[in-house]
Design a protein around this ligand. Structure first.
Ligand code: BGC
Length: 723
């Protein structure tokens, strides 16, 4: 019998931490005050302020040659190594991995670890010591502009996957950066908006996800968001940075500000910020001469400065970046391309498949419709966009005087489909709707590759596809009943045409392997294997905050003049009941629930049982592929705590397994629900977690809302855990 837990066994311990700390301390003792201060801020590593030795990335810090501390570079991001504004030339290569929700849709911590390893190896080969990778904010609103960089709406899934990817990056000698800490769910007004949430709910949701990732990945760096939390800038929050992160969780790495998110010298340093990043984007070089003067006058204790530097140097030492100056070198990216393809294929979610229209036979007249289906697969915008050679750009956004492209990753879905199609394949961009409808009428099959762009610095105004695509799909569906919609989207979208189309696939932003994955799943070369990591609502009215902030009235990016004040957004509406938990609490019926995804084979679930072992619920079941195609099944275990006054008793994901099955294959899996904090309440008055004694309802189910395959109750004892 195979045992599966959400925990990857090989989490990276902070090996040799004590030794690296001693190395750092010894160096700090020899630094002059000016040298120490020089290590706690950095200009951008591109543009006019870039130091000569920079590799061309988000930041470069000159070292202290006298003491053998080499300069080092910091690069974005989680989806691959970026080449901001083409600073490293047009031939700079990097693997463009699928988006965060795509990775999360695999429900596979092993894949997250492997992507982390690949990103870490590529960062190292680019000469980078710190990768600004580890984006993991909980998806509280699917319209959030950076959802494509994050993972999911679920605490455990997000924490486990982020922890695995951080451990993977760091195993390749590069520091990873959990971001954006914390409660930074939206982009519009991101530099002025305060995210407000009561302490217990914050601990039980966004902070618990970060805490789990921290424990599993031991990140060397953490980046607070641009936003304010409960009225205080995250980068100046003593509570978040010093009490929670460094205190309760024992974080031993350094806290770096986001670019243009440092607002003071004394206040920020004393609150726990260790480094001012991209200081040219701030109103002052707070951690430069100002900090030096503050230490000299005693307003910032010298011990605090030494702690800042010790943390930075310890992190660098622990990833081997305190030796030679790192230089870019060649790396064979072929294995990473193959990995990107595995993730992209594993992430595709099948949501509708009437009359088994999928997989397509790959014959007959195929019409492909989509504005960029002939160009490439759309990706998200902002600092995280990876642009390997062959990437086509069309428009984009501007953040702090930087032009950031709207990028399409080659190859084009049209070309990938042509390769796998034995018959006539034609393409239309869909701009001329009557022409597309006429062509659809005479095609045997129509595939629409719909796209939705999303970018840092701006939330989506709604959940629609936009650009007339919903109307286009509706018109095409009336002309051809074998219409398949492929959604290349950052997050959840609405589907007003759902009942009229034959099939729907969510392919997210698939990166450089996106087109291949779409073509493989459409033609049955790969099974649709993903499950939704985000609830798809029927409409915006089902969300905790149906209305969005108006971007016209607010500053959203560093360097923009502050306007519109400092609005406060209350997340106490849903509290810790994020995503599917909100839908359950409010008895809302979503369009597609969290965890949903169909298969093109049939899998029988049998001998499903639930027990308690060593104080944790354990579900056991046998899965048998009774169909004729390979498939991937993702049984999920949801547990509801006993109802207590003032406490949420919604069901929450407590464990899952991802099981690949060949036709005829049968496997028995055990799912251990061994993270008690997802079932516990946080007590702010007597800090710590309490899992109440009582009867817990356990559901073994296909998704968060489906009728469970097994529903049982287990008795769990009281458990008290440290904050
Ligand atoms: C983003 C960060 C990123 C930084 C450096 C900021 O705009 O919010 O996530 O790491 O830029 O490029």
């Amino acid at each position: 019998m195979e045992t599966t837990a959400p925990t990857p066994s090989g989490t990276e311990p902070w090996e040799g931490w004590a030794g690296h700390h001693a190395t750092a301390r010894a160096l700090v003792e020899q630094l002059t005050l000016a040298e120490a201060v020089s290590l706690v801020s950095a200009p951008m590593g591109i543009g006019p302020d870039a130091p000569a030795d920079a590799v061309g990335s988000a930041a470069h810090t000159p070292g202290v040659e006298r003491l053998g501390i080499p300069g080092w570079d910091e690069s974005d991001a989680s989806l691959g190594v970026t080449n901001p504004m083409g600073a490293r030339g047009p031939d700079d290569d990097a693997t463009a991995f699928p988006s965060g929700p795509a990775l999360a849709a695999t429900f596979d911590p092993d894949l997250a670890r492997q992507v982390g390893e690949a990103v870490g190896a590529e960062a190292h080969a680019h000469g980078v010591a710190v990768q600004l990778a580890g984006g993991m904010n909980l998806v509280r609103d699917p319209r959030g502009g950076r959802v494509f960089e994050y993972l999911s709406e679920d605490v455990l899934l997000s924490g486990v996957l982020a922890g695995a990817s951080v451990a993977g990056i760091q195993s390749r000698g590069v520091a990873a950066t959990l971001k954006h800490f914390a409660l930074n769910p939206s982009e519009t007004g991101r530099v002025v908006v305060s995210s407000d949430l009561s302490e217990p709910a914050l601990r039980e949701s966004d902070l618990l996800a970060f805490q789990i990732a921290h424990e599993r990945g031991r990140p060397r760096a953490v980046m607070p968001g641009y936003n304010l939390v409960n009225g205080v800038y995250a980068s100046e929050s003593h509570h978040l940075l010093t009490q929670v992160l460094k205190g309760d969780w024992g974080f031993g790495g350094f806290v770096m500000s986001d670019w243009g998110a440092t607002h003071s010298t004394v206040h920020a340093a004393v609150a726990g910020l260790d480094r001012q990043s991209g200081h040219g984007l701030d109103t002052r070089h707070f951690f430069g001469a100002d900090l030096l003067a503050a230490v000299e006058s005693g307003r910032v204790p010298r011990e605090r400065l030494d702690d800042m530097v010790t943390r930075i140097l310890t992190a660098l030492a622990s990833v081997g970046a305190l030796g030679e100056r790192r230089r870019p070198r060649a790396l064979d990216l072929a294995p990473h391309a193959a990995l990107a393809a595995r993730v992209a294929a594993g992430s595709v979610v099948l949501l509708r498949n009437t009359d088994h229209v999928l997989p397509l036979a790959g014959t007959g007249r195929l019409l492909v419709v989509g504005a960029h289906a002939d160009t490439g697969v759309i990706s998200g915008g902002g600092s995280s966009t990876v642009t390997p050679p062959g990437t086509v750009t069309d428009g984009g956004s501007q953040i702090a005087q930087m032009e950031l492209p709207r990028a399409f990753h080659a190859p084009a879905p049209l070309d990938a489909l042509r390769e796998r199609w034995d018959g006539e394949v034609s393409w239309l961009d869909g701009a001329d709707v009557p022409a597309a409808v006429a062509a659809a009428g005479s095609a045997d099959t129509v595939v629409v590759v719909a796209e939705k762009w999303s970018t840092e610095g701006q939330d989506s105004p709604d959940l629609s596809l936009g650009d007339g695509q919903d109307e286009l799909i509706t018109a095409l569906a009336a002309a051809n009943d074998r219409l398949v919609v492929v959604l290349t989207v950052p997050s959840a979208v609405t589907m007003p045409w759902l009942d009229d189309v034959a099939a729907v696939l969510v392919a997210w932003y698939g990166g450089q392997a996106g087109a291949g994955a779409i073509a493989d799943v459409l033609t049955g070369v790969a099974p649709p294997a993903g499950r939704l990591p985000i609830t798809f609502p029927r409409s915006e009215s089902q969300l905790p905050r149906p209305d969005v902030l108006d971007p016209a009235g607010l500053a959203s990016n560093p360097g923009e003049p502050r306007r519109g004040g400092y609005p406060r957004v209350s997340y106490d509406v849903e509290g810790a009941d994020v995503g599917y938990r909100w839908f359950e609490r409010e008895r809302l019926d979503p369009l597609f629930p969290f965890g949903a995804g169909l298969s093109t084979t049939t899998v029988e679930w049998s001998q499903v049982s639930v027990a308690v072992e060593d104080g944790a619920p354990v579900a056991t079941l046998t899965l048998t592929n009774t169909g004729t195609r390979a498939g991937v099944e993702t049984p999920q275990v949801y547990v509801a705590p006993p109802a207590l006054p003032d406490r949420s008793a919604t069901r929450r994901l407590a464990g899952w397994a991802r099981v690949a099955l060949e036709p005829g294959e049968s496997r028995t899996v055990s799912i251990r629900c061994d993270e008690p904090r997802v079932l516990s309440a946080y007590d702010a008055d007597d800090p710590g977690w309490t899992r109440a004694a009582g009867r817990y309802a356990v559901r073994v189910a296909r998704d968060a809302a489906a009728r469970p395959v097994l529903e049982a109750e287990v008795e769990l004892p009281r458990l008290r855990l440290a904050p």
